[in-house]
Design a protein around this ligand. Sequence first.
Ligand SMILES: Cc1cc2nc3c(=O)[nH]c(=O)nc-3n(C[C@H](O)[C@H](O)[C@H](O)COP(=O)(O)O)c2cc1C
Length: 399
Amino acid sequence: MASSVTQTLKPDFPQDLDDLLCSDPQQHQQEESKSDDPSLLLVTRSGYLNGGSRIERAWAHWSKLGRPKLIVAPMVDNSELPFRLLCRKYGAEAAYTPMLHSRIFTENDKYRNVEFTTCQEDRPLFVQFCANDPDVLLEAARRVEPYCDYVDLNLGCPQRIAKRGNYGAFLMDNLPLVKAIVEKLASNLEVPVSCKIRIFPNLQDTINYARMLEDAGCSLLAVHGRTRDEKDGKKFRANWSAITAVKNAVRIPVLANGNIRHMEDVYDCLQETGVEGVLSAETLLENPALFAGFRTVEWIEGCEESTRDGNLDQADLLVEYLKLCEKYPVPWRIIRSHVHKLLGDWFKLHPHIREDFNAQSKLTFEFLYNMVERLRELQVKIPLYIKDSSSASAILANS
Ligand SMILES: Cc1cc2nc3c(=O)[nH]c(=O)nc-3n(C[C@H](O)[C@H](O)[C@H](O)COP(=O)(O)O)c2cc1C
């Protein structure tokens, strides 16, 4: 990818051992250069907002992408290339990148090259940014548009860091700025603009917000059915009826986010809300094979008779993930995070293996593959299950 001004990374991007890449990126440059192919550009440089019916174009684009229903949600330090590829192998039909910081992305070569990687199989791809300056975001977005299918604006991050930086869900307090950002992108980019929002406590405010985004040029809207204050996804159930109301209030494609833990949730959500597709985040981290119909033991209670061992477990998925990381390097801190999410239940049974893992200030692939072997030798068996009536194809055929 093209790069621009190099500046010092600190303090926004601290570097320690865990921030180092897990393998040598040189050998992958050839792979990356393939995506410089100008034929990947989607529409001409006239800007996505101009000409024709915007709504029709939004739908034409969605159809061109194959109308993906099963989508990997954006996750900082977690929805990076190897994880996206793993989820795609197990049924995900599209994926978001982690949120990228638009200003740092424009200023810093190293941030750009480390935090945004992709490859030809990594499509459809939605590249997400946080921003509060239309011009800065446009500059950042222009760098990624040849490699993606939507440039997405994060309007949902509720964390303190987003409050300090005035982005994410805190832009809900400044809707004229949100409008200006979306209009700027939509009238200048080749690829369509998508937005990921949270709901307001008041339904009418949410509907007005969604309509404003549509009018400003947003072509795809993902609605996380929780408010900015409902930070804990385990504590607060997402409000699907608010998502249904948004779906009914706008004409662009809408995606639902929240409460997707297995394929029955996918089916129920599509039926109840009428949206085009669903995003899953936390559950996918524990079970990247969710969209292929696999479920963790937590989600088979009450239906044990109709479920069977799926002959796949989280250690198998970790090994597949590590192989992808060898091919497409990522910082070790990201691998560390996936190991904890994937093997959390395994570590509970053998805490000394977790302690050993945590004690490694510098990880290696050799250590990680050996760690999986050690767990296998301890006869840990935590299968992922398949519920026969909930195979992905059966669910999608019915929806
Ligand atoms: C580890 C993690 C990182 C996240 N990072 C982002 C992000 O970068 N951008 C974003 O819009 N949402 C982010 N989210 C929120 C998710 O995309 C999603 O909206 C939220 O977790 C609700 O979905 P779920 O109920 O399936 O977990 C993150 C969530 C998790 C668990």
